[in-house]
Design a protein around this ligand. Structure first.
Ligand code: AMP
Ligand code: MN
Ligand code: MN
Ligand code: MN
Length: 292
């Protein structure tokens, strides 16, 4: 079932594989009417995406997916409807990108010590934009024959306890939520089922996120199975959090994680878009309304 709202996607300016225009055009072709481009730790693709969305007749939601540290672990916070010109947000993101570049050097050195040559340069070559992600290292490891696919490259080299692992050094989650709020955005906890946390830890994470000013949680996600959707639908309601939906699209190579191909939002959740203007999603309502 196509979903009108897809509020999590990446272009090749971070770790996606296609430019912002191609992301927008594919979203429109798949029936998405509200698309958020949420590149990791940068907003540079939003202007191009907005121009493409205007041509395609869909609404581009200005977004970003920010790396953060909670309780010593990495979590991702999506900001929706942010003002990308906000200086507090941009200063925070610039700091994160510096941390990211340093981390990339460290990953390269660690892999070098594990006998894998040229990983930093290889990852740099595969990155199209200023973001150097573990995804680029994983793609290099596959290209150089060290792993059969990206998933195995993560498991063997990049996860905790593996030779290329570097612990989380991002800013605290509460600070990241503050940047999003400073930029008039709505903070949404990304793909909560993906973190390796116990039930009690998940509840603590949601408690802390809400206390920090977080407003929503991804209930429907390309990273969530049906059980995860039901579980986080219940938790969103219990914690009074809005429910978001996003594919986490990274490019056409991953066929099962396509734009707009999402499970329906469970009944009982308040969608994160509940107070957004719906004209673009319901063009007929607008046309009939304009007759009066
Ligand atoms: P980074 O922000 O550089 O630490 O990279 C995180 C990104 O790596 C995520 O946004 C995913 O796109 C990707 N990723 C993380 N874990 C995996 C995995 N096990 N398999 C494939 N991609 C992954
Ligand atoms: Mn990614
Ligand atoms: Mn993420
Ligand atoms: Mn993502």
């Amino acid at each position: 079932m196509p979903s009108v709202y897809d509020l999590h996607s990446h272009s090749d300016l971070s770790d996606g594989t296609v430019p912002p225009t191609a992301v927008v055009e594919r979203a429109a072709a798949n029936g998405v009417a509200f698309l958020a481009l949420t590149d990791h730790d940068l907003t540079d693709g939003l202007a191009e995406a907005a121009a493409a969305a205007a041509r395609a007749g869909i609404t581009l939601i200005s977004g970003v997916e920010i790396s953060a540290t909670w309780s010593g672990r990495t979590v991702h916070v999506v900001g929706l409807n942010i003002d990308p010109a906000n200086s507090q947000l941009q200063a925070g993101l610039a700091g994160l990108r510096a941390v990211r570049n340093e981390r990339a050097r460290d990953i390269g050195e660690r892999l070098e010590r594990a006998g894998i040559a040229g990983a930093y340069d290889g990852a740099r070559r595969l990155a199209h934009g200023p973001i150097l992600s573990r995804t680029h290292f994983a793609r290099y490891l596959v290209e150089a024959g060290h792993a059969g696919d990206v998933g195995r490259a993560f498991k063997r080299f990049l996860h905790k306890g593996r030779p290329g692992h570097v612990p989380s050094r991002w800013n605290p989650m509460a600070e990241v939520v503050e940047w999003i709020r400073a930029a008039s955005g709505r903070a949404v906890l990304a793909h909560p089922a993906r973190y390796p946390l116990s039930g009690g830890q998940v509840r603590q994470l949601l408690t802390d996120f809400r206390e920090a000013g977080g407003e929503g949680v991804e209930v429907v996600s390309g990273s969530h199975g049906p059980g995860d959707v039901d579980r986080f639908a219940r938790l969103a309601q219990e914690f009074g959090l809005l429910a978001s939906a996003g594919s986490d699209y990274h490019g056409p190579e991953i066929a099962w994680r396509d734009l707009g191909r999402l499970a329906p939002m469970p009944a009982g959740c308040t969608p994160v878009w509940h107070d957004w203007p719906t004209a673009a999603a319901e063009p007929h309502a607008m046309i009939s309304g304009s007759k009066h």
